[in-house]
Design a binder for this molecule. Structure first.
Ligand SMILES: Cc1cc2nc3c(=O)[nH]c(=O)nc-3n(C[C@H](O)[C@H](O)[C@H](O)COP(=O)(O)O)c2cc1C
Length: 222
């Protein structure tokens, strides 16, 4: 598959089939993805991959906590508290598009929370991945981790797989520390669902917008 094709066909999938992903494929994807560049070649990523019993134990634990109304202090703010435009509007639009598609009205908070909670089942994906970093790391290393994650998301396409990057997992630092056996110096940055897309699911029909070239690119000296 051409890189451009992998980029064009990578979309966020929020409903997966139960079809398992062979361990061999997961290993191959991670082996190739590790060629991602990183400043100073720090390779600041650590990955935990969960399938079967460990995945079920985690999602059941969180489902139980959600039922009891238990929450944790998030590991970090996923978005700036006072998000400015155009970013605020872009975020609102994609949210509106998603909820409209799945028939959740604007003022239906329980409906929105229900959809949010689907994150904590990995949208039924058979594989859950967690990206962990040393707490000492700075902004540059988050970029490195992003490149590593993007490698995984693009490689997934080559294997006919899809993904959903999931910052939502930052809401459960204590539970994840326990389930993944993280040391105190390790922080959970992001989760990712991996599996085969359920092509019949309406939620997977979402096509998010992108800004026009001239609104994000400035060419100098052409
Ligand atoms: C780092 C990162 C974290 C994300 N976290 C979540 C998440 O927790 N839940 C979710 O449903 N989508 C999540 N997304 C998906 C974005 O909403 C999605 O990438 C964006 O709306 C663009 O849509 P597309 O990926 O289909 O092109 C995340 C994406 C990235 C890159």
């Amino acid at each position: 598959m051409r890189v451009s094709k992998a980029i064009e066909t990578r979309v966020t999938i929020r409903q997966f089939l139960p079809t398992p992903v062979p361990e061999k494929i997961i290993r191959e994807i991670l082996e190739i993805a590790k060629r991602a560049p990183s400043g100073g070649n720090l390779q600041p990523w650590n990955v935990h991959v969960l399938v079967d019993d460990p995945l079920k134990a985690l999602v059941d634990d969180i489902a139980g906590k959600l039922k009891k109304g238990i929450e944790e202090d998030p590991e970090y703010n996923v978005y700036p508290p006072e998000l400015v435009d155009p970013y605020k509007t872009r975020r609102r639009i994609v949210g509106q598009m998603l909820y409209e598609l799945i028939g959740v009205p604007r003022d239906d908070l329980p409906g929105k929370l229900k959809q949010l909670s689907r994150n904590f089942r990995f949208f039924d994906a058979p594989v859950g991945i967690f990206f962990v970093m040393h707490r000492q790391m700075e902004i540059g290393q988050y970029a490195d981790l992003g490149m590593f994650m993007q490698n995984i998301m693009l490689l997934a396409r080559e294997y006919g797989l899809h993904t959903c990057a999931q910052e939502a997992w930052a809401r459960w630092p204590e539970t994840l520390q326990e389930h993944l056996g993280l040391a105190d110096h390790e922080m959970l940055f992001c989760g990712m669902a991996l599996g085969y897309s359920d092509e019949t699911a309406i939620i997977n029909k979402l096509t998010s917008e992108r800004e026009e070239f001239e609104n994000f690119a400035t060419l100098h000296g052409f």
